[in-house]
Write a new protein. Sequence first.
Length: 151
Amino acid sequence: MEGFKKTIVHHYHPTQFREALQLSKDILTRPAEWDSHFRRSVASSVMSMIYDTPIKSNDDPAVHQINEQAARVTRAASPGANLVQFFPWLKYLPARCERSGNVCSLTDSIYDFLSIAKWKKDAIDWHERDSLVFEGLMHNVATRLVCLYLS
């Protein structure tokens, strides 16, 4: 990523400094919730650096969303997470059962029953869901830049 190469990264030091101060304050005031403080801090750092949208509270839905997406990507990328990693020909199986009317062919029923290509359906669903979120964030940045430019 061009935005995080070594000649640019020093621009993020103020953001990292603010997040470090906020994290320290949060841990000192509520030490039992240290895990959620770290999750908020990491999510806020990423959101601040990429979308200029810091996260102020552990209750912000973006914290949960970012951590869920990161966990999902980590699980999907782990060795042996899906059979397709061992049997590459499985990538040619359909992701969804195509039904004509109320009738589903025997092979489609087997796909539904065994969920052999469930990984593919899940990946398509995740892509659609995550794309909406990231496109919304980019739209917000573009809107703020246009407003800044016009003012």
